[in-house]
Ligand binder design. Structure first.
Ligand code: GTR
Length: 428
């Protein structure tokens, strides 16, 4: 069995349960070595009162948990800019032999021509009779990477060099369609959904530059040079960008903005859940292999840990989160409460059998431990699984979960589950 390491490295050292990674403490993959821990109870207020009704959840407990995630984990986001600018740059009505229309829209975070901006790539079913539900997710390498469509603008910004045919951190024509397997555009269109995607680096490039590029500097107070300890890191910035994108979708008459499912894979899965937790306009939240700092419980400290993620990616979370390096038990929240913040809206968490770095069991347990909040709000069982399901046996409650056979990725199997889940919850 392959063990996944960060930076795209793999090793076949399955026999070893404790594996030394260069420059870091050992990585634990052994359930027997998980430290003892107690999860914070999402249904007990900070004052120690049991939450027994929806009103107390909504007015007291939910805001408490949300503030803790803001202050201790991802960092507080600023209000959205009042002068968000939308500009439709391009539209075409004849994509996929006329089945789809394509639209590319610039959302500018300020009114100056050099204000940072993100570009939305939108595909919609051409023959829809009214506004359509959409899936929206960030991508890792530019909108042009999701589909081999020559009409998509080639992203001009910094892109990570780990992708093939990227030259000097710039996309080239040869990078078009490089991640099509992760974005089944035609299947999405055939099922009557639209797709909206944005390059995460348009909002904040994914490297640690002390928060000098991307959207952070737009909000610095006089003399401020980086976010304060409880202010937004890069994941919060990406999540905030998704909310700004939703502001545009609300103005697009061909999109049903009350049916936007926010979806993301891996670091962008962490982002999708945080976006959906913060912004209740997202109708459905989907986390694909999001792992540490996403759907996986931090206290299990198996696979990727808080210390490890804060060391490899010091810009993702807020500065306060570093206090919990090797100290997960003292964090006032754990990730089941992030899932619970989505309640009562449908939420789907997916894991993969070979993705032990992301702790599939920890992702399952986050769903299970979020379920009491859903059960309370819905007055019925929300997660029909007491034990972790076998591979490829999806659990389909208000909380959905599956463990796909295979590696850390998004596949058409994953997308099929997400579309079935959306169909079910939208009554389609
Ligand atoms: C890894 C990181 C994970 C996950 C992944 C990804 O290197 O350790 O937390 O986010 O990257 O986003 O692909």
């Amino acid at each position: 069995m392959l063990k996944r390491f960060p930076f795209g490295m793999f090793t076949g050292a399955a026999a070893l349960l404790l594996i030394a990674a260069p420059g870091f403490a050992q990585v634990n993959y052994d359930e027997a070595l998980i430290p003892s821990y107690q999860l914070p109870d999402p249904l007990t207020t900070l004052a120690g009162k049991k939450v027994a009704d929806a009103k107390t959840w909504r007015e007291v407990r939910r805001p408490e948990i949300l503030s803790q995630f803001e202050e201790q984990v991802y960092g507080r986001c600023p209000d959205k800019p009042k002068n968000l600018q939308f500009e439709v740059l391009e539209q075409a009505g004849d994509y996929l032999q006329g089945k789809a229309i394509r639209r590319q829209v610039m959302v500018r975070f300020g009114d100056r021509p050099d204000s940072p901006a993100m570009e939305l790539l939108i595909y919609l079913p051409a023959k829809a009779k009214g506004p359509v539900p959409v899936f929206m997710g960030l991508n890792f390498a530019g909108n042009h990477s999701i589909e081999a469509d020559p009409g998509i603008h080639l992203n001009p910004n910094w892109v990570p060099s780990r992708y093939a045919n990227v030259k000097d951190n710039k996309a080239t024509e040869a990078t078009r369609g490089a991640s099509t397997t992760r974005w089944p555009v035609e299947e999405i269109i055939d099922r009557g959904y639209g797709l909206v995607t944005i390059y995460n680096g348009d909002i904040d490039p994914d490297f640690n530059d002390g928060f000098q590029n991307g959207v952070h500097p737009l909000f610095y107070k006089k003399g401020q040079t980086r976010p304060a300890a409880d202010e937004w890191g890069t994941i919060s910035a990406w999540a905030w960008g998704l909310s700004c994108a939703l502001d545009y979708l609300e103005t697009d008459k061909q999109i049903d903005a009350a049916k936007v499912a926010v979806m993301g894979h891996s670091r962008l899965g962490k982002t999708a859940i945080w976006a959906g937790a913060r912004d209740e306009r997202f109708a459905i939240v989907i986390s694909n292999d999001s792992g540490c700092g996403g759907a996986a419980l931090s206290r299990r400290a198996i696979g990727e840990t808080v210390k490890r993620i804060n060391t490899s990616f010091p810009h993702w979370f807020c500065e306060n989160f570093k206090q919990y390096n090797d100290n997960e038990n003292s964090c006032p929240v754990d990730q089941h409460e992030l899932v619970a913040l989505v309640a009562p809206r449908p939420v789907y968490v997916a894991s993969a059998t070979e993705d032990t770095w992301a702790d599939p069991r920890g992702e399952f347990l986050a769903c299970k431990n979020a379920a009491p909040v859903y059960d309370l709000l819905l007055g019925k069982e929300s997660f029909p699984a007491k034990e972790m399901p076998a591979a490829d046996q999806p659990v389909r409650g208000r909380i959905g979960y599956h463990l796909r056979t295979g590696k850390h990725d998004v596949t058409s199997y994953d997308w099929k589950q997400y579309m079935d889940f959306a169909d079910k919850h939208y009554g389609r």
